[in-house]
Design a protein around this ligand. Structure first.
Ligand code: ADP
Ligand code: MG
Length: 230
């Protein structure tokens, strides 16, 4: 019998992805696989241009592989239509990017409320959950501020809060601290790690920061189109 920790939240199953055709064809991922269990934090450390963002887009159902399949919590997503894929993405997957992509005309609190309102929660429920998350990430006192009034580290913490607002199973982060100075990067990563550990979600985090990668449960890299444990 499987216990909870054996559940595969993400399964990349012999996935291939290429761009272009003929002489300009680039094989970014070649028949490669990766599994992540509940509560696992995996660092994706590989040079620029090797396919980290491509892998995260495939894992997040933003792109479709040319071959193979992506399973989210056991659900094969390969043959699902766009509507079902969008529903899974909204409910089960959170994204954090290098740049925060917060909506500039809304407050930090409203930015975190937005995905919950879209998911159908009441305004009161969304306010409560958003406030709790901002407090947890120690930016509760900045809740009423717009993104432009926040520091880079604060903006990223709001973006992290927004990514987990709907309590996803999987967090995908594409160089989330890549735009921050080293001290702020550590501070933001501390917040991210605490949140992942507390919520038990699985997190795949692309980073160039080896110190941060060393703190994760596992590290993988991309080599000649394959995902390899390091
Ligand atoms: P990384 O995130 O590791 O820097 P990417 O996944 O962004 O790498 O890109 C991997 C390779 O695929 C790069 O050589 C990039 O130029 C190429 N690439 C990415 N997206 C496209 C696209 N839509 N069309 C053509 N080539 C692309
Ligand atoms: Mg990238």
């Amino acid at each position: 019998m499987n216990d909870m920790t054996d559940i595969e939240i993400l399964k990349i199953d012999t996935v291939s992805r290429h761009y272009g055709e003929g002489e300009t064809r680039l094989d970014i991922l070649k028949d490669t696989s990766l599994s992540m269990r509940k509560g696992e934090m995996v660092g994706l450390v590989a040079p620029s241009g090797t396919g980290k963002s491509t892998l995260l887009h495939l894992a997040g159902l933003l792109e479709r592989p040319d071959g193979g399949d992506v399973l989210i919590n056991g659900t094969s997503c390969g043959r699902l239509g766009d509507g079902d894929r969008t529903a899974i993405r909204r409910m089960e997957i959170g994204f954090v990017y290098q740049f925060h992509h917060l909506l500039p005309e809304f407050s930090a609190l409203e930015n975190v409320m937005m995905p919950q309102m879209i998911a159908g929660l009441s305004r009161a429920e969304a306010v409560e959950r958003a406030s709790q998350l901002l407090d947890y990430l120690r930016i509760g006192h900045r809740a009423e501020h717009r993104p432009a009034e926040l520091s880079g580290g604060e903006q990223q913490r709001v973006a992290i809060a927004r990514a987990v607002a709907n309590a996803p199973l999987l967090l995908l982060a594409d160089e989330p601290t890549g735009n921050l100075d080293p001290v702020t990067a550590h501070y933001v990563f501390d917040a991210l790690e605490a949140l992942v550990r507390q919520s038990g979600l699985a997190a795949l985090i692309a980073t160039h920061n080896h110190e941060l990668a060393a703190r994760m449960d596992r590290r993988v890299t991309l080599s000649e189109g394959r995902i390899v444990e390091v």
